[in-house]
Design a protein around this ligand. Sequence first.
Ligand code: WTA
Length: 647
Amino acid sequence: MTDEIIPVASSFSGSDMSAERYKARYARSIEEPEAFWREELGRLDWIRRPEKISDVSFNKDDFRIRWFEDGILNVSVNCIDRHLETRANKPALIWEGDHPAHHHSITYRQLHDHVCRFANVLKMLGVKKGDRVTLYMPMIPQAVFAMLACTRIGAVHSVVFGGFSPEALSGRINDCQSEFVITADQGVRGGKAIPLKDNVDEALKSAPGVKRVLCVKHTGANVHWEEGRDYWYHDLSIQVDAHCAPEPMGAEDPLFILYTSGSTGKPKGVLHTTGGYLLWATMTHALTFDAKEDDIFWCTADIGWVTGHSYIVYGPLANGATSLMFEGVPTWPDASRFWQVIEKHKVSVFYTAPTAIRALMRLGDDPVTKHDRSSLRLLGTVGEPINPEAWRWYHKTVGNGHCPIVDTWWQTETGGHLITPLPGAHGLKPGSASFPMFGVQPALVDNDGKRLSDSGAAQGNLVLLGSWPGQMRTVYGDDQRFFDTYFSTYPGYYFTGDGARRDEDGYWWITGRVDDVLNVSGHRLGTAEIESALVLHPDVAEAAVVGYPHDIKGQGVWCYVTLNEGVEASEALEKALKDQVRKEIGPVASPDVIQFTPGLPKTRSGKIMRRILRKIAENELSSLGDTSTLADPGVVESLIEGRVKAG
Ligand code: WTA
């Protein structure tokens, strides 16, 4: 925590956004939302411009969230066709492959042809408006073509991160009854092949509803083939042409589903719709990143996460920007890869995760400073709180002290940035996400749901008053779960699941999740999911998973496991359990610590007291709090003893 304010950078002091303009625009967005949103509608090309702005209620009885309801548009037209008049030869995408020798760019004209062909191939396979199409793709341009091709014909994509396991993939395919899967033979990251098609084959053994698999040839590896089900993209694409009429879509028609972890149960299919999401991604990309025509914009996320959706694909392309897409990892072939890529492609705006910054900071300044980064003018972070030390290194060493950092707070559910500095408007406090985006009203409530004062310093649970266009509309197929998860804890508000603090200057600081969601290397994981994976092992009686502070990952995964009677703890079993989690969810969820324990701390009614488990994992043994309500207080002693061995 710091009171230091780093002033607006001189390069931004004359920018489009100033403190006064931010204040005036923000006030208009809250006080005259109709007028404000009517002005903002001009960021998109509409087939029919909406008359209705919003229709929202967070109350149980008449719950609804609708934006621009009578508007009609097509997302791919906004991301491609409308740029062809002035930007046909401008690169829409710059692709940097895993291997530094592999790179090329794709102009807006070429993007148009690729997307139309892809859309025609999808039609040929029988994909129709409203169908769900699952993508399980590496970070190659065809992934973007596939997403945009879905939007061209009104299909709903569900992108599943390529690091998820076959089990996780089949769960997500079945949940949205997807009959189509798009994949590639393999992906490559850090020189290692990822067997995507093999994983799809495995997943489909338990996803019998899938009729067609479309496979992009990427590495040329041999893959298993099921005639009649599997199709090579390159075989079909030569049979179709490069024109495909865009499907007119209602603003509230579904655009995509993206699965994300919550505090309970299976991952939820977050559903975003066409008009509101696209406007939000477009507006926030333009404002937060001060988008300029000549920018080379690089967001390092994977398209399997919402950050990739909004800030590799939809926001930048709708704004006619050049978006860089990177297949590899920051440390291969060596630790200077990010900075090499920045030098090579003259990246001007760079957006990454604190976990990457922390990992690279450890490797010293040399890998950074040996590359020319003079093209950079703005830096951003996303996904987790950034500690001031990492912020300062990013600012000073990576940005040479002259690039503002936009620390953007948002969620899969929010579609795009909700709290973030705007580079010309706000002095920066290292570690603070600063101020709300236009139309966004953050507030704090205590644990009883009592609203805390809107002025002065305060700390509590972060809620939002009212809606914004990029808000998710439902959990796919489960409206009740949507309401229960986000609107029932604090009635009348959207509950974010995050804790936050507002300081005396009005700056917002996100303090982290207050529910059972972990944030490991910027990836969201549910403790419940990891627990279910662990208890699938025949030797496991019970498991409880908590997060603990981790220097690089932000949070690590700590698993308390009790074994069945007569089973001995062993290193082999520890490894088997780690493998089990990787198999059920994927390597991202790999446990850092498995602590075998004879029992878990439970209340007399059988509820696991996670607070105690968290404290023990954090090694905060002096602040365990009241343990007298435990059914068996002796359990705490054995947990503390066991910790020494495990940690
Ligand atoms: C966390 C990623 C602090 C937060 C876009 C949120 C952050 C969760 C920040 C959503 C930030 C995201 N500062 N915490 N700038 N950005 N978070 O859905 O806990 O993968 O609730 O969306 O990440 O993760 P998700």
